[in-house]
Design a protein around this ligand. Structure first.
Ligand SMILES: NC(=O)c1ccc[n+]([C@@H]2O[C@H](COP(=O)([O-])OP(=O)(O)OC[C@H]3O[C@@H](n4cnc5c(N)ncnc54)[C@H](OP(=O)(O)O)[C@@H]3O)[C@@H](O)[C@H]2O)c1
Length: 295
């Protein structure tokens, strides 16, 4: 089995890399904050001290980083990934970057003979741990087909989609997050209105769960936020970042998304209130605060 490199062992990358290791791939890992590499070392991964060392001797390198800027930083410079890459290496970037950055990353990679698959993921830390993420891939189809098994260690087989050429995977991911962000706002507004109307919010959440609009997402998030559990599965600041990408991509594509533009502002406000590092369910805290309630 060829060596696989993995860079970025955060909330998502950590469990994703663990699944690659569990599947029996030989793995070299790097994380800027070294302490996060410990669980991978225990699984037998080689821990190296730069992105360049990850790329050296790896046929494929996976990145799961904060955003496009972080990916470009990791690619760049003497200790950067591209400095250690050999011709024909495949880079699978699983970060949420947006189409513009995906194209820029693709160009930077191509200049070093590296093929990019952008492969952002759908689902949070639970599916990352279980290896049941959705994966939306943009890039060359043959490159994707050759990496399907590797992607299958992190994603559910029926949720791995080849979307088309570079940028389409990144754009599809933004479409999903647009909906997720809006669902959270609608849940937070509904529960706030319920509370202000003298309705028992726990019962209201039960009503939501029993209704046709229910989903795994609404069930999980309503439970968490009513317990006051805002430990980040998906930090609010990341959703805010993604909404910025959504608004920008819509601008570029000339697609008017007026409701999302307002929703973006709500996440901006929640971030300004200091909820950035909490789960994005903390949007509920903003809503209750605006309504003069305590959450
Ligand atoms: N969490 C979710 O539910 C979720 C769901 C779907 C998609 N995503 C997307 O997945 C990606 C990763 O998210 P996450 O939740 O795993 O975030 P995270 O826990 O904050 O991890 C971010 C990772 O990026 C690294 N990083 C950031 N900037 C860097 C730089 N300039 N140089 C080197 N390393 C850098 C961090 O290193 P350090 O450890 O040193 O900080 C860390 O390993 C994001 O694009 C996010 O939008 C997340």
């Amino acid at each position: 089995v060829d060596r696989i490199g993995f860079i970025g062992l955060g909330l998502m990358g950590g469990p994703m890399a663990a699944n690659v290791a569990h599947a029996g791939y030989r793995l070299a890992v790097y994380n800027r904050t070294v302490s996060k590499t410990a669980p991978l070392r225990e699984l037998g991964a080689e821990v190296v001290s730069s992105p360049r060392e990850v790329a050296e001797n790896s046929a494929v390198v996976i990145t799961a980083l904060t955003d496009g800027g972080a990916v470009l930083e990791v690619l760049d410079g003497d200790a950067g990934l591209l400095a250690g890459a050999s011709d024909g290496m495949v880079l699978i970037d699983m970060s949420t970057t947006g189409p513009e950055a995906a194209l820029a990353i693709g160009r930077a990679a191509a200049a070093h003979g590296v093929k990019l698959l952008e492969a952002p993921v759908v689902g949070s830390v639970g599916p990352a741990r279980e290896g049941t993420l959705g994966i939306l891939v943009g890039g060359e189809r043959e490159v994707f087909e050759a990496q399907r098994d590797l992607l299958g260690t992190m994603g559910a087989p029926n949720h791995i989609f080849y979307m088309g050429p570079q940028g389409t995977g990144a754009a599809a991911k933004l479409c999903i997050n647009l909906m997720v962000a809006a669902q959270m706002v609608s849940l937070a507004e509904a529960l706030t209105l319920a509370a202000k109307s003298g309705v028992d919010v726990q019962q209201m959440a039960e009503v939501v769960r029993a209704s046709g609009i229910s989903s795994r997402f609404l069930a999980l998030k309503s439970e968490k936020l009513l317990q006051g559990d805002y430990e980040a599965a998906f930090p609010l600041e990341h959703m805010h970042k993604d909404l910025g990408l959504v608004v920008r991509a819509a601008d570029t594509a000339e697609a008017a998304i007026p409701a999302t533009a307002v929703i973006h502002q709500l996440y901006t406000a929640a971030r300004a209130q200091g909820y950035g590092s909490q789960d994005f369910a903390a949007l509920y805290r903003l809503m209750t605060q605006m309504a003069g309630l305590d959450a």
